[in-house]
Design a protein around this ligand. Structure first.
Ligand code: PEP
Ligand code: MN
Length: 338
């Protein structure tokens, strides 16, 4: 349920509505809009009567939210969520590109690639320190050492860091390094982790699960928002289908589907979605044309020797070409590359 407050409602009236919601064992969430303030209600709201609120001061309208996800839905918040980070933002008019290797492999490796990407204008470096791999025998990441290198890169090169939290234990240390915390596909339904991450104040990138429907994915985002953290972006990274030519099947249509249902920004990851280097550029172009708010692309100096995801990593000059092409498409659809 959503309570729409009248324009310029006094704080006192807003607080009264929130108190009323709490007295009914539900939780109020203030949702600022471009024109009016709305108060979203989560908890056992289905049984609440509209009349309870309609008679209160400054209440304009009471709207039932029909979807099972509430805080992430467009019904609850009409305006796009724009996540601000330092002097830049993800969502809205901006188009952001996040790039970097799959994993931090050594100090030298991460500094080399980060330096090159920075020269190309990249502001967000991605790289995993904790790697959730399908096989226990595959490289599992440099863990704390990897975070240490990422911290050095952040300080020395001034890049913002996107890195994955595999479990709750790593969160305190990871929060000191990450500007955006990634929740990987394999953890999309790790509800304990989602709850914990919802209590942090870092922006979160929630990747779509390997076999998750859009509704499953939005429900997972709801876990994060309902625990307090409203800065969530959703990353489409391909799903399992019967097709085996590509590593996953890139669900391009999920981009406009999510944009219609949710106000959260959508990131597209053509690297994991295809698993094939030569398919990354065409799918990056398609994702931007479909309205993605950001791209996340894996780049490596020497993909043959990469410790994870080498076959899908672009070489730096291929990535440079991707940036050029994506910029052209962005302009056509009225977006600005950041
Ligand atoms: C990654 O971003 O390197 C990764 C492990 O992605 P996913 O969780 O989408 O497989
Ligand atoms: Mn990867």
């Amino acid at each position: 349920m959503l309570i729409m407050m009248k324009l310029d409602s006094p704080r006192e009236h807003i607080e009264k509505v929130k108190e009323k919601i709490r007295s009914l064992n539900c939780t109020p969430h203030e949702i600022p809009g471009s024109v009016k303030l709305a108060i979203g209600i989560t908890g056992p709201a289905a049984k609440l009567s509209e009349d309870v609120f309609l008679n209160m001061d400054s209440v304009d309208e009471v709207v039932r939210v029909s979807k099972p996800y509430k805080l992430v839905s467009r019904e609850m918040k009409r305006d796009d969520t724009i996540i601000k980070l330092n002097n830049t933002s993800i969502g809205g008019e901006n188009l952001m590109v996040i790039a970097g290797p799959c994993s931090v492999e050594s100090r030298q490796q991460i500094f080399d690639i980060a330096g090159e990407l920075k020269e190309m204008g990249i502001k967000f470096l991605r790289a995993g320190a904790y790697k959730p791999r399908s096989s226990p025998y595959s490289f599992q990441g440099l863990k704390e050492k990897g975070l240490e290198y990422l911290f050095e890169v952040k300080k020395e090169l001034g890049l913002m860091i996107v890195t994955e939290a595999k479990d709750t234990n790593a969160l305190p240390l990871l929060s000191e390094v990450a500007d955006i915390i990634q929740i990987g596909a394999r953890n999309m339904q790790n509800f304990g982790l989602l709850r914990d991450i919802g209590k942090t104040s870092k922006p979160i990138m929630l990747k779509r699960g390997l076999a998750a429907t859009v509704e499953d994915w939005l429900m997972s985002a709801e876990y994060i928002l309902s625990n307090g953290n409203k800065e969530v972006m959703l990353c489409e990274r391909g799903i399992r289908t019967f097709e085996t030519y590509t590593r996953n099947t890139f669900d391009l249509s999920a981009i406009p589907v999510v944009h219609k249902r949710s106000h959260l920004p959508v990131v597209a990851d053509p690297s994991h979605a295809t698993g094939l280097r030569d398919k990354v550029l065409p799918m990056a172009r398609a994702a931007i044309a479909a309205g993605a708010d950001a791209l996340m692309v894996e780049v490596h100096h020497d993909p043959e020797k990469a410790l994870s995801d080498g076959p899908q990593a672009l070489l730096p000059d291929q990535f440079e070409e991707l940036m050029k092409q994506v910029k052209l498409i962005a302009e056509v659809i009225g977006r600005r590359m950041n």
